[in-house]
Design a binder for this molecule. Structure first.
Ligand code: URA
Length: 288
C-alpha cells in the first residue's frame, strides 16, 4: 500500500468513526481525548484533499482518531473521562455506556453492560437478556422487553410470543440463527408493563451499539415501544406498520414496523396485516 493509499484508508476509517459518534449523538470527546495539532504532524503523510462530514458543532475529534498513539486502550478508556460525559442522552451521564472505538463488538458491549444497575429494573429481574443470533445478520428483530420466560432463561423471545415470532421468521424462509433478536430493554419490567422513559433512556444506547456493530440491512420492530424507541417517534404502530422507514442513527439501514407477536396472539385477525409486512421484508431481503 502506498503512503497515499494508507492515508486514504485512515481518513476513511476516521470518517466512519466520526459518523458513528455523531449517530450516537456525541459531538464532544472531552479533555482527555483532545490532542494537539502537533500530534497530527506525527503521521508523515502527503497532503490529500478529502471532504469530511464534520458537523457544525463538532469538536476536533479527528486528530485524536487519526493518531493511533493517542487512541486510548480499553482500560484507559474506562479510567478516562467518560465519552458520554456531556450527557448526549439527556443528562444521564452516569447511566450511559462507555463508548468503544470502531472495533466495537458484541462482546465489548456485553462487557460494558455488565451486571447493569443503570435503572431500577435490576432489582426485580433474574437475568439480563442481551440479545442473540447471527452477529452479521442482515435482518435484526427488535422487541420491547423480556417477559417472564425470557427473564428466567436470559434469552429473547422464548415464550409464547417468541414461538409465534419463530414461526413468523420461518415463514419468510429465515431461521432464528440467521437473524439477530434483541429488545429495547434488557431487563424485564415487573408484570410486563411497558418500558418507562428513564429505563429506555438508560438501556437503548446498548441497542444502538448492537445495531452499529451488526449493521443489518433491515430492522423489524415489533409493536409500539420498539418502533417508537428506534424511530424516535410518537406515531403509533397502526400508522407506521407496513411501510419501510429509515433508521435515524445510521444511513442505509431500513426499519419495517409490524405488530408485536404478543398482540397477534390476542388479536389473531391482525395476522393478515403482519403477513403483508413480512412479505415486504422477504422481498426486500431478496433484493426484489
Ligand atoms: N416480548 C418482547 O418484546 N421481547 C421478548 O424478548 C419477549 C417478549
Amino acid at each position: 500500500m502506498t503512503p497515499q493509499e494508507e492515508f486514504q484508508t485512515l481518513l476513511q476509517q476516521a470518517t466512519e468513526h466520526l459518523r458513528y459518534y455523531r449517530e450516537l449523538g456525541i459531538t464532544h470527546f472531552g479533555e482527555s481525548f483532545e490532542t494537539t495539532a502537533e500530534s497530527l504532524t506525527q503521521i508523515a503523510v502527503p497532503p490529500v484533499s478529502v471532504e469530511l462530514p464534520v458537523a457544525e458543532n463538532a469538536e476536533p475529534a479527528l486528530p485524536t482518531l487519526l493518531n493511533p498513539s493517542s487512541m486510548p486502550d480499553k482500560k484507559s478508556t474506562t479510567e478516562a473521562t467518560p465519552l458520554f460525559g456531556e450527557a448526549p442522552f439527556g443528562g444521564m451521564s452516569s447511566t450511559v455506556p462507555e463508548l468503544q472505538f470502531a472495533d466495537d463488538n458484541l462482546d465489548n458491549i456485553r462487557a460494558d453492560l455488565g451486571d447493569c444497575q443503570r435503572c431500577k429494573l435490576w432489582k426485580t429481574r433474574t437475568n439480563i437478556v442481551f440479545g442473540e443470533g447471527n452477529p452479521k445478520a442482515e435482518l435484526m428483530i427488535v422487541g420491547e422487553a423480556p417477559g417472564a420466560d425470557e427473564d428466567a432463561s436470559g434469552r429473547p423471545f422464548v415464550g409464547r410470543a417468541g414461538q409465534l415470532l419463530t414461526k413468523m421468521i420461518e415463514a419468510i424462509q429465515f431461521s432464528r440463527e440467521d437473524v439477530y433478536i434483541a429488545n429495547i430493554l434488557k431487563s424485564r419490567p415487573p408484570d410486563n408493563r411497558n418500558p418507562e422513559a428513564d429505563e429506555t433512556k438508560a438501556c437503548i444506547p446498548f441497542l444502538y451499539r448492537q445495531i452499529a456493530v451488526i449493521r443489518p440491512k433491515l430492522i423489524v420492530t415489533l409493536g409500539n415501544p420498539a418502533t417508537q424507541g428506534l424511530l424516535d417517534t410518537k406515531v403509533g404502530i397502526t400508522k407506521l406498520r407496513g411501510e419501510f422507514q429509515e433508521y435515524p442513527r445510521l444511513p442505509g439501514i431500513k426499519v419495517m414496523p409490524t405488530f408485536h407477536p404478543a398482540y397477534l396472539l390476542r388479536s389473531p385477525d391482525k395476522k393478515r396485516e403482519a403477513w403483508e409486512d413480512l412479505k415486504k421484508v422477504r422481498a426486500f431481503l431478496r433484493g426484489e
